[in-house]
Design a protein around this ligand. Structure first.
Ligand SMILES: [Fe+2]
Length: 278
């Protein structure tokens, strides 16, 4: 099967056309997708009218399911999360801060796969930032300050009982179940500058939010570094703004990009199904 790979106009991402993901994929096709994904960091398949069996089969070509520490799977599908937001829901938009999925874990997931099922007519973009480019174009002075430093990652601001999605979120009527847990207070160190395990390319890994501090520096230096890094690594020129259409399937590389959700679709239902790959 011939596939075409068309880069987006943003700083990362490519559309892959010519495939029907309801069908099993040959090893050669899977390899071509993996190469495009490693090169572009975000791949988008348009017009895929797939069900959850297809979503799971597609995901498994790229690795094992990673399990999800703080979001309950949908009924009868232990590896699929349904991100559902009702038209009249008033909860804060989920995940509308820059992050890379579960960077607070010891072995963060490689990929996240999202399939758009019910997509509002406007709003709800998913934004990405290419963290290889962020590092490649970083001023030498900032890079020098980050070099060799270890970041302290934690889920506590989001998923601890007193976090954003903790107790205060319980009675808001969110369209899926967030699992608050004391384990969210744990910390995990990761290098700020990290080599991609498959391509060897260096990137900045993580972002303020799940990054709660930097090891072995003074409080003052820590604060300044976190601020300076955040300002640089979220600049517009490194971004790709993904606009959803119903049936789109998107797979991104958590080792290469930051991502964030956006609102702007009040009054419309939005449903996406998600898997995460170890
Ligand atoms: Fe996320």
């Amino acid at each position: 099967m011939t596939i075409s790979v068309t880069p987006t106009k943003g700083a990362c991402g490519a559309f892959i056309d010519g495939l029907d993901l309801r069908q099993p994929l040959s090893p050669d096709t899977v390899d071509a997708i993996r190469q495009a994904w490693l090169q572009h960091h975000v791949v988008v398949f348009r017009d895929q009218q797939i069900d959850d069996d297809d979503l799971e089969r597609f995901s498994r070509y790229f690795g094992d399911f990673a399990g999800d520490p703080y979001i309950a799977p949908m009924a009868g599908r232990e590896n699929v999360i349904e991100l559902r937001r009702a038209a009249d829901e008033t909860t804060p938009i989920f995940a509308d801060a820059w992050h890379t999925d579960w960077s607070f874990g010891a072995t963060p997931p490689a990929a996240t796969v999202l399939h758009g099922i019910t997509i509002p007519p406007h709003g709800g973009n998913t934004d990405f930032i290419n963290q290889h480019e962020v590092l490649a174009q970083m001023p030498a002075e900032l890079r020098q300050r980050l070099q060799g430093k270890m970041a302290r990652h934690s889920a506590r601001l989001a998923y601890a009982p007193d976090g954003m999605y903790g107790q205060q979120d319980k009675d808001r009527g969110r369209g899926f179940t967030i699992l608050t847990d004391e384990s969210a207070y744990n910390e995990q160190l990761h290098p700020l500058i990290r080599q991609h395990p498959e391509t060897g390319e260096e990137a900045i890994f993580g972002c303020f939010g799940y990054i709660v501090g930097i090891a072995d520096v003074s409080a003052e230096e820590e604060q300044q570094l976190l601020t300076d890094l955040y300002q640089w690594q979220t600049r517009e020129e490194f971004q790709y703004h993904h606009q959803w259409q119903p049936g789109m399937l998107v797979m991104w590389d958590n080792r290469s990009v930051l991502h964030k959700a956006n609102g702007g679709y009040e009054g419309y239902e939005r449903v996406l199904h998600r898997t995460v790959i170890a």
